[in-house]
Design a protein around this ligand. Structure first.
Ligand SMILES: O=C(O)c1ccccc1N[C@@H]1O[C@H](COP(=O)(O)O)[C@@H](O)[C@H]1O
Length: 219
């Protein structure tokens, strides 16, 4: 089974190049003013050019309105939208119709009951993303470097297409892959030296750890 790998929160040419050279399937750009990974729309548009034909460019937004989404889509021509706020199923549908792009809907998970919120989005969102609940006081709905209990994912039907995120890094990705049926993984702060500062070396280390885990799992 292929495993999609998304490196999120990219802002620089060197980090983007490392992600693409390592074989990232998705590269993510954050449009959320409070995030240290927030990127200017035009700059994201410039960066995403390098990803064409190599990886899917994902625009990450949080409860964005039409004006903001219109501007992002026009400036960077994403291949996919990641909705990381409290967008309702109706809102997800509207966004899909308006932009004719696949939508990945993010959910915050801390306990089994948090998966109850997912049900209304089946058949609406193209993919799910399961991230940890932000810690109290955090202004970020994602990118907090916190993992949730991956064993909770066992309650999901094996056919559910999701990306696993939240607190992944080179040290725990082997355990995460072994513990879940995830078809995709998504990492941001685990390949940073400081909030918003991506490290090409940590990106390479992460891919090396993924490959080692996959080789081990296949043996
Ligand atoms: O990374 C951010 O700053 C961010 C801001 C707003 C919405 C989502 C954000 N990031 C998402 O968080 C997860 C991964 O986080 P981490 O690996 O735990 O740091 C990923 O889905 C990002 O797209």
């Amino acid at each position: 089974m292929t495993l999609d790998i998304k490196i999120c929160g990219l802002k620089t040419d060197d980090a983007l190049a490392a992600a693409l050279d390592c074989g990232a399937s998705h590269v993510g750009f954050i449009f959320f003013a409070k995030s240290p990974r927030n990127v200017d729309k035009a700059e994201a548009g410039r960066l995403r050019q390098a990803a064409r034909e190599r990886a899917k460019a994902v625009a990450v937004t949080v409860d964005a309105d039409e004006a903001m989404l219109d501007a992002i889509v026009a400036a960077m021509e994403p291949d996919m939208l990641q909705l990381h706020g409290k967008e309702s199923p109706e809102r997800v549908s509207e966004v899909k119709v308006r932009y004719k792009l696949p939508v990945m809907k993010a959910f915050s998970i801390r306990e089994a009951a948090d998966f109850d919120a997912v049900q209304p989005y089946y058949g609406v969102a193209d993919r799910f993303l399961f991230d940890a609940k932000p810690p109290a006081g955090s202004e970020l709905p994602g990118g907090n470097g916190i993992a949730f209990d991956w064993r909770l994912l066992a309650s999901l039907d094996g056919t559910v297409d999701y990306m696993l995120s939240g607190g992944l890094n080179a040290g725990n990705i082997g355990e995460a892959i072994a513990a879940t049926l995830s078809r995709g993984i998504d990492i941001s702060s685990g390949v940073e030296t400081a909030p918003g500062e991506k490290s090409p070396q940590l990106i390479r280390d992460f891919f090396r750890a993924v490959r080692a885990a996959r080789t081990e799992g296949a043996a």
